[in-house]
Design a protein around this ligand. Structure first.
Ligand SMILES: N[C@@H](CCC(=O)N[C@@H](CS)C(=O)NCC(=O)O)C(=O)O
Length: 242
């Protein structure tokens, strides 16, 4: 590989091997682009590959995975990685203003992801769910009743303004991330999601449109796509779904 330019090298993704998590937002951009990449921790080295990266002393060391390596460049933060890949592979909006608005939406999606995570870990990520079940129930009630409708209502309003997509009048990485969040919420809170999403027809249509994009459809049917599970961000605990 040494004689290759940065452009030609496969991307290297470092993310926990057993959950879709935040790594999945990156994978969707890579898969939809058809860009070559190696999912480093899913190889024989496992999570050790991630710990090595986190302990590294690169220009700006990453705080947490996902981390993307592209030649000499190492970057972290899922929103930044998605934007970087999208700009290289035709999945970013065209104008500077639309790109800023894509950041705005992507970071709002990241906020929603964090709040969904905190429903089962409201006190500490250092404790098991079983050690914070009572608080998780209270947090989930508030999430289902107030935050979920507020977030989905907001994104539905954004979708209403767009022409079938969230930003820029064409498919972008933000649509792919919206797809993933909707899938995750549907998995974690099937009852609440069904109720709230009834008033979000455009988001549901967007989800279907993303799911059938040819490269993504092939990916979703492959064993590269990790299923949601109870170690990840979107966990299904019936007691938290009301
Ligand atoms: N805002 C960051 C969050 C990164 C993050 O929380 N990563 C999780 C996995 S999804 C992690 O391993 N965190 C370790 C930690 O926070 O100590 C992003 O979007 O990439």
């Amino acid at each position: 590989m040494s004689g290759m330019t940065r452009r030609e090298r496969p991307y290297q993704l470092f993310y926990w091997p057993s959950i879709p998590g935040r790594g999945e937002f990156v994978r969707l951009v890579l898969e939809d682009s058809g860009a070559p990449y190696v999912d480093m921790a899913r190889g024989s080295g496992g999570a050790k590959a991630i710990f090595r990266v986190l302990a590294s002393t690169g220009a700006v060391p990453p705080f947490a995975p996902p981390v993307l390596r592209h030649g000499e460049l190492w970057i972290a933060q899922s929103a930044v990685i998605c934007r970087y890949l999208a700009e290289r592979h035709g999945l970013a909006p065209k104008t500077a203003a639309d790109r800023l608005h894509a950041d705005q939406l992507q970071l709002t999606i990241a906020d929603l992801v964090s709040e969904a995570h905190d429903t089962h870990h409201p006190i500490s990520v250092g404790l098991y769910y079983e050690d914070q079940k009572r608080e998780a129930r209270r947090r989930s009630n508030a999430f289902r009743e107030a935050r979920l409708p507020k977030y989905l209502g907001y994104f539905e309003r954004v979708a209403k303004r767009g022409r079938g997509f969230l930003i820029g009048g064409r498919a972008s990485y933000v649509d792919l991330s919206m797809f993933q969040v909707l899938e995750g919420l549907d998995y974690a809170f099937p009852k609440a999601f069904r109720r709230v999403s009834r008033s979000c027809p455009r988001l549901l249509a967007l989800r279907d449109r993303v799911r059938t994009r040819p490269r993504l459809a092939a990916y979703l049917a492959s064993d590269r796509r990790l299923p949601f599970n109870e170690q990840g961000i979107f966990r299904h605990y019936p007691e938290l779904d009301g």
